[in-house]
Each structure stands twice: as C-alpha cells, then as structure tokens.
Ligand binder design. Structure first.
Ligand SMILES: [Fe+2]
Length: 197
C-alpha cells in the first residue's frame, strides 16, 4: 500500500517522547521483565538467585508505525534499566531483522550503554558505545542487542525500515557469541563459555 502526507494520521506525524517514562506519545509499551530473559544471561545460578529476589522490569519498548510498504520507516523508543546478573550487564534479548538486509539506526538519548553487534555469516562481533549525542549504524544481517553499562536508565531510539521485522527466535536458539561483562568496573567483551555455544 502506498502512503503519502494525506494518508498518515496526524498523531503519527508528530510524536512527543519522554526520557523519564520511555513513553512514545500514547503508544502502548511492551515490558520485559527478568523472568522474560531466561536463557539470555550466561550465569544461570546468578540469574536464578536474582529471580528468587524479584522480577523487575528490565526494559520497555514502544513503537510508532505510521505506514508499511516500500520505503516507509518505523521507529521505537527503548528504556533499559541499569543492573547486572553476575558480571553481565542488563541487556535486551536482541534480534536479527526477519528481512535480513534491513539496517537500523540507533540514537542514544540518555544514559550510558553499548550495542553488541554480531555478523550472522562470520560470527564476528563489535561492541559500540550507545551514548547521548551519538548514533550507531546497525548494518543488515547483524544481530543486535543493547546493554546498559551505566548507573541510570539507558534511553534510545531505533529507526528501521517498515519491512524489517523482528526475528527473536534465531537468538533464542543460538545466543550471542560474546558477553558484555564488568571487568575492573569497565565494560569488557568476552567470549561466551564454550558449553553454551
Ligand atoms: Fe532492530
């Protein structure tokens, strides 16, 4: 379906967002809690111990999807809380795009974090800072996960082609090959334990 200025709802032309609540206009917010992240963290004992203490919200995401079809854009606002499971920083599940060639632009708005990027074909990884006043380009064919390495909520926008789609299953089946952990208080990329690959 083609779209133009006249077919887009006014509420999709102009959207206010909040860096405090992670709300994107009146859009519904999806919550991901610790229990939803089972299998994402490397230290299973630390995960179970944390879950026994409570089931906090780790992150919230809302999206604006004004139109679909060739050339259209969607975007989302994410807020990821600070914290760690063992040495591993709080993270999002991460995904590939269902339409693998689709790239994405992340814009850091608040807090201090990083994006873990992994090339699907080679398994090569990059850890790229995600900070206010900066943007991260996520190429196609790249798994991407957000990590909060700071002490306050990490807030960011992600802007992607409307046909990108989210493939979470590929990550659930085969987790990222690297972890982002605190070493001497600094974010460090280390290989995932071989038994978990
Ligand atoms: Fe994405």
């Amino acid at each position: 379906m083609s779209s133009n200025l006249l077919t887009i709802a006014p509420a999709d032309l102009f959207v206010r967002y909040s860096l405090d609540s992670a709300r994107l206009g009146e859009r519904p917010m999806v919550e991901r809690r610790l229990a939803d992240l089972r299998g994402s963290f490397a230290d299973a004992a630390a995960y179970e111990a944390a879950l026994a203490r409570g089931n906090p919200i780790l992150y919230q995401v809302s999206a604006v999807e004004p139109a679909s079809g060739d050339g259209q854009l969607h975007y989302g606002l994410g807020m990821l809380q600070p914290g760690r499971i063992g040495d591993e920083y709080y993270l999002t599940k991460g995904h590939y795009h269902s339409h693998r060639p689709a790239a994405e632009l992340y814009v850091g708005l608040r807090g201090e974090g990083a994006m873990l990027l992994e090339d699907e074909a080679s398994g090569e990884s990059r850890l790229v800072p995600l900070l206010p006043n900066s943007a991260v380009y996520v190429p196609g064919h790249t798994a991407h996960r957000t990590v909060n390495t700071g002490t306050e909520p990490l807030v960011y926008l992600g802007i992607y082609p409307s046909n990108a789609g989210h493939d979470y299953a590929a990550i659930a089946e085969k987790n990222f090959r690297h972890l982002v952990v605190a070493r001497d208080g600094r974010p460090t990329l280390i290989p995932r334990p071989a038994a978990q690959l």
